[in-house]
Design a protein around this ligand. Structure first.
Ligand SMILES: *[C@@H]1O[C@H](CO)[C@@H](O)[C@H](O)[C@H]1NC(C)=O
Ligand SMILES: *[C@@H]1O[C@H](CO)[C@@H](O)[C@H](O)[C@H]1NC(C)=O
Ligand SMILES: *[C@@H]1O[C@H](CO)[C@@H](O)[C@H](O)[C@H]1NC(C)=O
Ligand SMILES: *[C@@H]1O[C@H](CO)[C@@H](O)[C@H](O)[C@H]1NC(C)=O
Ligand SMILES: *[C@@H]1O[C@H](CO)[C@@H](O)[C@H](O)[C@H]1NC(C)=O
Ligand SMILES: *[C@@H]1O[C@H](CO)[C@@H](O)[C@H](O)[C@H]1NC(C)=O
Ligand SMILES: *[C@@H]1O[C@H](CO)[C@@H](O)[C@H](O)[C@H]1NC(C)=O
Length: 308
């Protein structure tokens, strides 16, 4: 065991050294490009359907002559044009269709070194790496990561079957939530807050707009007085909500609905029997009256019926 410790220490040191060397080489690269362009280093999280400003600034040697400035935003992977500005105005003939009418620069601030892009009505497809190029005699660029997030609807849990439940029955609990992004993490917990991972099936289906609908099914054998809750976690937005069902009662308890159905049926049956009895009695009386021996009939109807 003890021999391992120095080895781990060496590994850690070499990892740290490698990291700082990478930083050094990046700094060297930057100093070669004369124009200093700054973009956020951490991913920018934008909400689906909302507007977002993608920050990009450069060190302007004031005053900037806008006729000499070019700003060019493009998608890092496909090189598709998002927005461009040169010769003192926007140049949008090359702009990708998906960005039409959704972009603008802050023209009043371009001269002071602000090449930030306003992107309106963010879509799921906007998720990706955006590059900002600035040319002002010299040239510089930066790339930022845009992550699109959409909150899910509040999760809902349903139970099947939901009638005549007794402890020992196997039921399926279904948890659904809609219209979120990116894919959610669904976690089932019992009443004690313990994670339940067995017998869980979760599916996430993308809609046309790229938003996910989540459906998670938990199959359990019911225990009395048990609670099952479904927790939904969005990796970008954190905990989004939870829903739970609680099954109360013991082996002997009769579910309320079943009880009322039974009572109702019993009352109906009783009514039917009474009606039948009344009709029978009348029939018997009629046949008695027809018969000649009226006296005997009045005393005991049964005997008459049997005699027929
Ligand atoms: C560029 O401007 C930033 C602040 O806006 C400053 O921190 C940085 O040192 C400047 N770089 C150069 C090369 O002037
Ligand atoms: C800005 O640049 C253009 C083109 O290089 C030049 O014609 C113009 O005179 C410049 N304007 C100023 C105020 O320097
Ligand atoms: C952009 O806006 C113009 C004018 O408002 C409109 O004619 C055009 O159809 C729009 N383009 C898109 C792709 O929405
Ligand atoms: C650039 O302009 C945007 C939009 O007005 C603003 O939010 C941002 O703070 C500006 N950046 C700097 C460094 O001034
Ligand atoms: C349950 O699982 C989640 C995510 O998988 C985890 O963050 C949490 O700590 C777990 N809780 C317990 C009580 O194990
Ligand atoms: C998972 O399902 C099987 C078969 O229905 C059952 O035997 C088992 O107890 C279930 N596991 C849990 C943790 O409920
Ligand atoms: C379930 O809860 C009821 C009332 O809260 C209680 O009377 C019963 O003993 C509980 N049953 C079990 C098995 O814990």
């Amino acid at each position: 065991m003890t021999t391992l410790v120095p080895l781990i220490a060496v590994l850690v040191i070499s990892a740290v050294e490698r990291g700082s060397r990478e930083e050094d080489s990046e700094k060297a690269k930057k100093s070669k490009t004369a124009l200093d362009v700054h973009v956020p280093e951490v991913p920018v999280v934008a909400l689906y359907g909302q507007d977002v400003t993608l920050h990009c600034t450069f060190n302007a040697s004031s005053p900037v002559n806008l006729s000499e400035l070019s700003v060019y935003w493009e998608l890092a992977d496909t090189k598709r044009s998002i927005h461009s500005f040169s010769a003192g105005r926007d140049q949008l003939t090359e702009q990708a269709d998906t960005f039409a009418n959704r972009t603008s620069l802050f023209n009043a601030q371009l001269g002071s070194g602000n090449a930030s892009l306003l992107l309106r009505n963010v879509r799921i497809a906007d998720d990706g790496v955006f590059s900002c190029f600035v040319s002002l005699g010299t040239f510089g660029s930066g790339a930022l990561v845009l992550q699109v997030a959409a909150p899910y609807t509040k999760p809902q849990v349903t139970l099947a079957p939901d009638l005549n439940l007794r402890p020992g029955d196997e039921v399926s609990l279904t948890c659904v939530a809609y219209g979120g992004f990116p894919q959610a993490q669904v976690q089932w917990q019992d009443g004690m807050g313990r994670n339940m991972t067995d017998n869980v099936t979760t599916s996430q289906v993308a809609s046309e707009e790229g938003l996910f609908n989540v459906r998670s099914v938990l199959r359990v054998v019911l225990e009395p007085n048990s609670t099952y809750s479904c927790r939904l976690h969005n990796p970008l937005l954190g905990e989004e909500g939870h829903a739970s069902v609680t099954i109360t009662g013991q082996n002997t308890t009769f579910p309320a609905v079943a009880l009322w159905v039974t009572v109702g049926l019993a009352i109906c049956l009783l009514g039917l029997l009474i009606a039948l009895a009344v009709v029978c009695r009348r029939k018997i009386k009629e046949s008695c009256e027809e018969a000649a021996a009226g006296e005997a009939c009045a005393e005991n109807g049964l005997r008459v019926v049997q005699s027929e």
